[in-house]
Design a protein around this ligand. Structure first.
Ligand SMILES: C[S@@+](CC[C@H](N)C(=O)[O-])C[C@H]1O[C@@H](n2cnc3c(N)ncnc32)[C@H](O)[C@@H]1O
Length: 298
């Protein structure tokens, strides 16, 4: 009987004196939530089947997700030994940034990482920026819009035609991001593009010498293979203007090769061959909290 007051089957005090109309409402709400939970369960199950069968082969983000799941359940093959720093410790609270091209494609950094890089660019005001690993140019573009109007940016990418002739080994995961019709599609035709110089080649063979000693901020985000991250870091050191500036790396904790290389770099000097700017020990490398970015300022 509608409007009657009666003891609801849950025996709950909340329900005990609740009119039937409201009980129907609560009932419907509970059923809806249960249905959503069940739907989510099966959606997650189907997604997991994809993730662990095809996904981990074709998608870097899927591999990152598997790493996250494995780490959640206590699986660690390598330590994450680089100390963490909060963004608030390396940027000013009143730092204002501008973001564009927000939608994230597989291969892009996260929106938080994009914001962090934008803030570091805004704050450090580099006159020159060098990125290794252009991809679709989303980060290049966002660094450009947050840099001073007179700043120049250089971004290097491996043309897909060269994927089988690199000096060092390219991982299967990297091939997915190399194989694309165009590098820098996101900044093509924008105002910022006038300040961006696109370079092409394998970072292990490219002639970086015209840029040595001239760069204020370097973003290392090319191949994620261990040897490449070491190679690209050695180059980054040579690029720094008078040995000073900021180096950022992406994919710490997400890609085993990059993680191992960065762990090692944080603990030892680069010695083989000696970098042009000395033998810095990256002891003050910092893993930026909530991201896969590593930050180093010299
Ligand atoms: C993960 S994507 C970079 C993402 C980009 N930095 C961003 O923030 O959106 C990696 C890029 O590195 C490039 N790459 C891979 N191996 C390279 C190499 N040996 N030399 C130069 N670029 C390389 C790939 O072509 C790809 O565009």
């Amino acid at each position: 009987m509608r409007g009657d007051k009666r003891i609801y089957w849950q025996q709950s005090r909340v329900f005990a004196n609740t009119p039937v109309d409201e009980l129907d409402c609560v009932d419907a709400h509970l059923m809806k939530r249960t249905a959503i939970a069940i739907a989510k369960y099966f959606y997650g199950l189907a997604a997991s089947v994809y993730l662990f069968s095809v996904g981990w082969i074709v998608s870097g983000r899927a591999r990152g997700l598997i790493s996250t799941i494995a780490a959640h359940f206590g699986f660690r093959t390598i330590d994450f030994s680089i100390p963490t720093v909060r963004l608030a410790e390396i940027t000013d609270a009143d730092c204002t940034i501008q973001l564009t091209e927000l939608p994230e494609n597989d291969g892009n950094i996260t929106l938080l990482e994009l914001s962090v890089i934008a803030a570091l660019v805004r704050q450090n005001a580099p006159r020159t920026i060098f990125e290794i690993g252009t991809f679709d140019g989303r980060t290049t573009l966002n660094m450009a819009v947050n840099a001073a109007p007179e700043a120049r940016l250089f971004t290097l990418d491996l043309p897909r035609e060269q994927v089988d002739s690199t000096k060092l080994h390219v991982t299967t995961g990297d091939r997915v991001f190399i194989d694309k019709p165009q590098s820098g599609a996101r900044f093509a035709g924008t105002d910022a593009a006038r300040r961006i110089t696109q370079l092409y080649g394998d970072s292990a063979e490219f002639d970086f010498s015209p840029y040595f000693g001239t760069i204020d901020l370097i973003f290392v985000d090319g191949s994620h293979a261990y040897e490449y991250v070491l190679n690209d870091t050695e180059i980054a050191l040579k690029l720094l203007r008078d040995g000073h500036g900021v180096i950022l790396w992406h994919d710490y904790t997400a890609w085993p090769g990059a993680t191992r290389a960065l762990n090692e770099l944080s603990q030892r000097a680069l010695t083989n061959p000696p970098p042009a700017v000395g033998h810095p020990v990256f002891e003050n490398m910092k893993h930026i909290s909530g991201t896969t970015l590593v930050y180093f300022k010299m």
